[in-house]
Design a protein around this ligand. Structure first.
Ligand code: KG4
Ligand code: ZN
Length: 364
């Protein structure tokens, strides 16, 4: 197939059911529509994502978001030339729902289909949002992911490091829970930190004493828990200012660690590529203003461009899946009816760090 194609993207690997329609040509994509149906309300009272509820909701909503996305793009399925669907990594029930839905539509309309790695969708987003060409260094930071990747091409990534335990968004969410702040924790901790003093509580800077760019966030949460319990024991409770100071102390540690590890990852990427590449960030945690500012500063210090896609494309969405699918299809990838959903699907074969389980299910 040559020339422009219309791509339907589908995403259901975690707690968002999403569909998007893109017009893609020569590696460039224009978003015609992007619909995201969040399951946050369904899981709220359980304090985390319940896989069975997520899978059922995806199965119910995939059709709805697809119709909405097609409607907003003023199209019906007969105008679609390619279906791109997230085939992992993530919760298996959601992956199965998405892949089965895509197979049904592809078979009925005799359309080609491409299974997309969710992490590749995130990692390739700067090309969709900002026209950033590979190679570049991607810091992917969300509630379920945390890794440094060199993006060489749509199907070629080098993983330089990542978390050895919790993802940073997961740590923000846990801290919010410890302090009685609302979920998702990232925005509420960031907001509380604004009126906090970072000097009051010195939290550790995990793994800064170790070479490389692996990170660790679970110890930070434990350190904060101890500080909280000591305050409660001493004072009989927490004042609003205590909460803000704890949030600020936590965030200052996250920002310091992320900035330093990003500096190291840029150096490592520069060694591998011959010159330091642009730096890009994606994932829900990229919404954090302090983190964005720190990464921007690192890029400036290293003399490289910094790209942070708009938030709607940083968090889970189907436009990134359609874009990745279009790039893969353009370079000859295509899947058949034997496409399977995979709970684990590392982007890069060589993985120097071990990854833990995590709140949102298996990580790559
Ligand atoms: O990418 P995303 O929407 O979903 C996945 O995890 O895949 O990211 C959600 C995560 C949550 O853990 C949330 O607390 C975190 O991103 N987050 C933030 C902020 N906004 C969202 N973390 C820190 N600061 C923020 N402003
Ligand atoms: Zn994601």
């Amino acid at each position: 197939m040559s020339g422009a194609i219309n791509v339907l993207g589908l995403e259901s690997s975690c707690d968002d059911t999403a569909a998007a329609v893109l017009r893609a040509e020569n590696g460039k994509s224009g978003i015609l529509s992007s619909v995201v149906h969040s399951q946050t309300d369904l899981h709220a009272r359980f304090g985390g994502i319940v896989p069975e509820i997520a899978a059922r909701a995806h199965a119910e909503k995939l059709d709805v978001v697809t119709r909405e996305a097609l409607g907003q793009a003023s199209m019906d399925l007969s105008s679609i030339d390619l279906i791109a669907v997230t085939a992992g990594p993530g919760l298996i029930g959601g992956g199965l729902a998405g892949v089965s839905f895509a197979k049904g539509r592809a078979a009925a309309l005799d359309l080609p289909m491409v299974g997309v790695n969710h992490l590749a969708g995130h990692a390739l987003t700067p090309g969709l949002s900002n026209g950033l060409a590979a190679p570049y260094l991607m810091l992917l930071v969300s509630g379920g992911h945390c890794q440094f990747l060199i993006v060489h091409a749509a199907d070629r990534f080098t993983r330089l490091g990542g978390t050895i335990d919790d993802a940073p968004g997961e740590a923000y969410d846990k801290v919010a829970r410890l302090l009685g702040l609302p979920q998702p924790g990232g925005p509420s901790v960031e907001e509380a930190a604004k009126s906090g003093e970072s000097a009051r509580f010195a939290l550790p800077r995990p793994l800064l004493d170790r070479p490389g760019c692996d990170m660790s966030f679970s110890g930070l949460k434990t350190a904060l828990l101890r500080l909280r319990d000591r305050l409660i024991a001493d004072q009989g409770g927490l004042f609003v200012q205590d909460r803000s100071d704890l949030c600020q102390g936590f965030q200052a540690a996250v920002v310091d660690v992320m900035a330093e590890k990003t500096r190291r990852a840029l150096l490592l990427a520069g060694e591998r590529l011959g010159t330091a590449p642009p730096l890009a960030v994606a994932g829900g945690v990229a919404a954090n203003a302090e983190i964005r500012a720190a990464l921007n500063q690192v890029a400036e210090d290293c003399g490289v461009r910094f790209v942070a896609p708009p938030l709607s494309l940083c968090t889970d969405n189907a436009a990134m899946i359609a874009h990745a699918g279009a790039l893969l299809f353009g370079s000859g990838h295509k899947d058949g009816m034997d496409l399977v959903a995979r709970p684990r699907w590392p982007l890069a074969r060589v993985s120097p760090a071990l990854l833990g389980g995590g709140r949102k299910g298996a990580k790559a």
